[in-house]
Design a protein around this ligand. Structure first.
Ligand code: XLS
Ligand code: NI
Ligand code: NI
Length: 452
């Protein structure tokens, strides 16, 4: 489709100055006034380890930061004067927002998007009305998705903004709030299914607590388990074939979050028998806040069999909150994507830009610049990760390091054929003294630099 035609039909002109979709021009591209941006690395049909680049990355743009966020911070008023913000008929504004969102997806050539129910449609007077609003905008999405070929990576429900959720949703002391949240998720999950969503995400939001003085932690964990089980039961009942994902985050908004990191989420899933039903959506900035690297969280989730999808952004080394900046560090992204590729790829997950503009970036085109630059950086990082895999030197080093475990005695230990006493006797009889060997980190870091 033609972006400008679509928006003109809806009664307003194009929102972005990029008249046509951004093209791939290769590394030699030089910007001009006529063409300020073209992708240098994001070449969607290029084969990377046997799959098209677009399918390896499965980029998504998120609705909330780009079209709901208004530039406020704790000290300042909104700075983004979007025409669909402010007073006016809320359903018309929601329609306008959808027009602009799909114009941006089209300009970027981004294959997927993501949303919360409350991002796309206004709250009504009752939940029935709110759910109906969401379904009406989903009708609009259905048409736009058919026109543009843009697909839904995941949907989710906002169970954290409204004051009713101030003490949590599933983990609220009031079962009425639990019920309300359940009704909201039912609708969001069914809408996600109708739109062909590849995943459904549950981010804990306020599933945590501020102080034990007013909190029954054990009870809240049981509530959370039951809520998750209900979502999984419903998924099977309606035949939703996508993945159910939890997005870990250690703090913010609540001081203690029950979905702190991948390990904590795994324990929660195991304790409710859900580890085969639910996976994780890992966000770079959340990993950092939990004291982990992004690649650690990815590798751990893969090892536990619960790796699902990724929220791409970057935190700030000096700011201890979720700054949600667009990724811009090729090496960091490459190390994360190396783990993804080594583990078999992104599957039906994707790279969702859960990232926002700085509040001084108020021009509409800033949205395009931010996403397009991030997409290009991730594409470049994918090519670096591909080199790491193809060359294989990193993997060979790891294999050599653990070679002893592949030899007879290592296997005998792991297979349970040797007891503590037998091992002790063997060490004493042979006078065994282990020989330290270099971990080789510096040489490996040199190797990584050579792929950049
Ligand atoms: C907040 C989360 C949120 C989820 C979706 O920090 O990242 O945006 O991705 O609810
Ligand atoms: Ni996120
Ligand atoms: Ni976040």
């Amino acid at each position: 489709m033609n972006a400008s035609t679509d928006t003109v039909v809806a009664g307003h002109g194009p929102y972005f100055s990029f008249g046509r979709p951004l093209r791939f021009a290769g590394e030699g591209f030089t910007a001009s006034d006529k063409e300020p941006f073209a992708y240098r690395w994001y070449d969607r049909d290029r084969l990377v380890l046997g799959r098209r680049m677009e399918d390896q990355l499965r980029f998504a743009a998120c609705y909330w930061h780009s079209f709901v966020g208004n530039g406020t911070d704790a000290f300042g008023d909104p700075t983004f004067a979007r025409p669909w913000h402010g007073s006016g008929d809320p359903m018309r504004q929601a329609q306008h927002k959808a027009d602009v969102a799909f114009e941006m997806f089209h300009v970027l050539g981004v294959p997927f998007f993501t949303f919360h129910d409350r991002d796309i449609a206004p709250e009504g007077r009752t939940l029935a009305e709110s759910n109906d609003n969401v379904r009406r905008i989903a009708d609009v999405f259905e048409r736009k998705m058919a026109q543009t070929g843009v697909r839904l990576l995941w949907g989710t429900a906002n169970l954290f903004s409204h004051p009713r959720y101030m003490a949590g949703a599933a983990t609220n002391p009031d079962p009425d709030v639990f019920a309300y949240a359940a009704a909201q998720v039912r609708n969001a999950l069914e809408v996600t299914q109708r739109l062909g969503g590849a995943n459904y995400v549950l981010w804990g939001g306020r599933e945590g607590y501020e102080t034990l003085l007013n909190t029954d932690l054990k009870r809240e964990l049981a509530q959370m388990g039951r809520f998750l089980a209900m979502v999984v039961e419903h998924k099977h009942k309606i035949g939703f074939t996508g993945q159910i994902l939890i997005e870990p985050k250690p703090a913010e908004p609540t001081k203690h979050q029950y979905d702190f990191d991948v390990a904590t989420v795994y324990a929660l899933l195991r304790s409710h028998g859900l580890e085969r039903e639910v996976k994780v959506n890992i966000e770079q900035n959340h990993a950092l806040l939990a004291g982990h690297t992004f690649e650690h969280e990815i590798a751990l989730a893969q090892a536990l069999g619960i790796f699902g999808s990724m929220d791409m952004n970057r935190g700030d080394e000096m700011l201890g909150w979720d700054t949600d900046q667009f990724p811009n560090n090729v090496q960091h992204v490459a190390l994360a994507l190396y783990q993804v590729l080594r583990g078999g790829g992104i599957g039906v997950g994707g790279l969702n830009f859960d990232a926002k503009l700085r509040r001084q970036s108020i021009a509409p085109d800033d949205l395009v610049w931010a996403h397009a630059t991030a997409m290009d950086i991730c594409a470049r990082a994918l090519l670096v990760a591909e080199k790491m895999v193809v060359d294989g030197a990193l993997q060979r080093h790891v294999e050599a390091r653990y070679a002893g475990w592949e030899a007879e005695r290592g296997r005998a230990i792991l297979d349970g054929r040797l007891s503590l006493v037998e091992l002790a006797r063997d060490v004493e009889q042979r006078g065994l003294e282990p020989q330290p060997r270099s971990g080789g980190q510096e040489r490996l870091e040199h190797l990584v630099a050579s792929y950049l």
